[in-house]
Design a protein around this ligand. Structure first.
Ligand SMILES: [Zn+2]
Length: 251
């Protein structure tokens, strides 16, 4: 069986069997990897220490017919805030789960990987709720499932002021296209998309993780941008994210 070594971020962990775990990793060269870590819930396991959520690791993986196996793992970097602050952990789990659903297997994800590393690194210095929202909008840009926010998905015109939004059309709609879709499908055929929300999403997409946060946002705009993102993720994943339950508990 082939064996390979890669650097990766740990973006999902699930208990499995008696003492094992299934680990989801994001690798720059191989995209999403799912592999079993046998015995890693035993206290003496050599894998137990480094195979923790959000860690950056180097893993040696043996490819299997049905399941790959982690042979060894060494820690490159732990993002401490994610294991000491409950809010950072909850919102970080949402970011990791979003990355895990968006990433593709056997496909290089260098950009998504580098961005996720910057995000994890900056997480403790920012409001975790806004950081998670910016992270998810940015990760979508690397997934091939990004939406159009600034230009009408129907006629390509640049939006001014308020418009509409439709997931199945790929994002924003100008006032005219939103109007004609509303006439065709009724009020529920188009979601609300205000100029403020659009400006805010564009700021999130541009957010530089290395510098200090420089914008403020009203609660209403934040909630609207979250609703739009979560609605779209539900639309493409066809099931809710598990980490949202975790966030609700800290709400
Ligand atoms: Zn249009």
């Amino acid at each position: 069986m082939a064996q390979y070594t890669t650097e990766a971020l740990i973006i999902g962990i699930k208990n499995w069997g008696e003492a094992d775990k299934i680990i989801t990793l994001l690798s720059p060269e191989r995209g999403r990897i799912k592999a079993a870590a046998f015995g890693c819930r035993r206290p003496k396991s050599a894998l137990a220490g480094s195979l923790q959520m959000f860690n950056q690791v180097e893993v040696q993986v043996r490819e299997g017919d049905r399941l790959d196996t982690i042979r060894s793992c060494s820690l490159l970097r732990a993002y401490r805030i994610m294991s000491t602050d409950f809010a950072a952990m909850a919102y970080g789990s949402f970011v990791a789960e979003t990355a895990s659903r968006l990433a593709i297997e056997n496909f290089p994800q260098q950009d998504m990987y580098s961005r996720l590393q910057e995000i994890f690194e900056a997480f403790g210095r920012r409001n975790p709720r806004v950081a998670a929202l910016a992270a998810a909008y940015q990760l979508l840009e690397y997934s091939g499932m990004q939406m159009s926010y600034q230009y009408c998905a129907e006629c390509n015109r640049e939006l001014e002021g308020d418009g509409g939004f439709a997931f199945d059309l790929g994002g924003a709609l100008c006032r005219d296209c939103a109007g004609s879709r509303r006439r065709e499908l009724g009020e529920y055929g188009v979601l609300a998309y205000s100029g403020e929300v659009r400006e805010f999403i564009l700021q999130l997409l541009e957010l530089d993780w290395h510098s200090k946060p420089s914008f403020t946002v009203s609660g209403r705009t934040l909630v609207a941008a979250e609703a739009l993102l979560l609605g779209y993720l539900r639309h493409i994943f066809e099931k809710p994210l598990k980490s949202l339950e975790f966030i609700r508990q800290i709400g």
